[in-house]
Design a protein around this ligand. Structure first.
Ligand code: SF4
Length: 321
């Protein structure tokens, strides 16, 4: 006997990692636009609003030469500016043009699709009920595609039950792209019951990435004692992922990265689910797995869901010749 004490074995932890998770095609494209703009024009490149809602992405781009501001009047003359993936009201590019600023629009094409539908519906004389969360930049951007008063925001099922449009026979609805699939279906059902002639969008406005990530969480949540979502608290799709798990009866926590992991919260957890919102880089997922390995004997398994092949073209100004 040499007197050495054998290390205490770590408790086992089954880690079920949802797929798909993390970056979507719109986030990928938006980040690439900022990187290419820095390469093409040189630093600094200004970005109006967080390009995507993730502080790690922001810090990384800042270190490469991006400067983040909230409003266009914070952008000095003569430097390029990028608009975030969430989209901007029409007045923003108009003001940029007036000032002669070089601007690049990183609005996700799936958000732009909703913008175009909004314009068409209003041109055809419809009043739009827009399902979304007040104050979210995507909602501000979409409301800003049409004249004031042409769109009414519906946030909840209670709003849907209460709303009294001036011309109930001439309505259409559209939605934010990153909503809860289930909540939105309930709101839409209420609107369709109250206003049977309401026009639905062409195809789903909730985007493929939001739906796929929610479906993947729904799939694994029942097998998990708890589930962690990596994402920012202001990331709509990340917040929705935690809600989806909780609705499935699995307690869930949204954390920005491994530094926010509270091991006490994992007491009694034998099977843990893990996913990441559409703006969270995969390295944050790996960082969390490594942190879990410090205290647990982790056996990880990826549970594959929908296969995503979506990619979006870059703005013409940045296309490689
Ligand atoms: Fe586009 Fe959806 Fe990604 Fe938002 S979450 S950037 S709408 S693909």
């Amino acid at each position: 006997m040499d007197g050495a004490t054998a290390p205490t074995p770590k408790p086992p932890l089954d880690l079920l990692i949802a797929a798909p998770r993390g970056f979507c095609a719109g986030v990928d494209r938006a980040i690439r636009i900022v990187e290419l703009a820095i390469e093409r024009f040189g630093a600094p490149v200004y970005v109006r609003h967080e390009i995507v809602h993730n502080r790690h992405v922001i810090e990384d781009l800042r270190s490469k030469g991006a400067v983040f501001v909230e409003e266009l009047d914070e952008v000095p003359d003569g430097v390029p500016v990028v608009f975030s993936a969430h989209g901007v009201p029409k007045v923003v590019p108009a003001q940029a043009s007036e000032r002669g600023l070089e601007f690049l629009d990183a609005t996700c094409p799936l958000v732009s699709k909703v913008h175009r539908q909004a314009e068409r519906l209003v041109d055809n004389g419809r009043h739009i009920l827009f399902i979304g969360h007040r104050g979210h930049p995507e909602v501000i951007g979409t409301l800003g595609q049409v004249p004031e008063g042409a769109m009414t925001l519906v946030e909840t099922i209670e709003d849907a039950e209460r709303i009294m449009p001036a011309d109930p026979g001439n309505l259409a609805f559209l939605t934010q792209t990153t909503l809860s699939v289930d909540d939105t279906a309930a709101i839409v059902a209420a609107l369709q019951r109250r206003f049977p002639s309401i026009r639905a969008p062409h195809g789903e406005d909730i985007c493929y990435a939001t739906s796929n990530r929610q479906a993947a969480v729904k799939d694994i949540a029942p097998q998990c004692d708890a589930l962690i979502v990596i994402g920012a608290p202001n990331s709509s799709n990340s917040v929705r992922l935690a809600e989806v798990a909780e609705r499935a009866g699995t307690r869930a926590k949204l954390i920005q990265d491994a530094s926010e992991l509270d091991f006490a919260w994992l007491a009694g957890v034998r099977t843990l689910g893990l996913t990441a919102g559409a703006s969270a880089p995969e390295r944050l997922v790996r960082g969390l797995v490594e942190k879990l390995q410090e205290r647990f004997d982790v056996s990880e398994r990826e549970i594959a869901g929908a296969i995503e092949l979506m990619t979006f073209k870059l703005p013409r100004a940045l296309e490689v010749a």
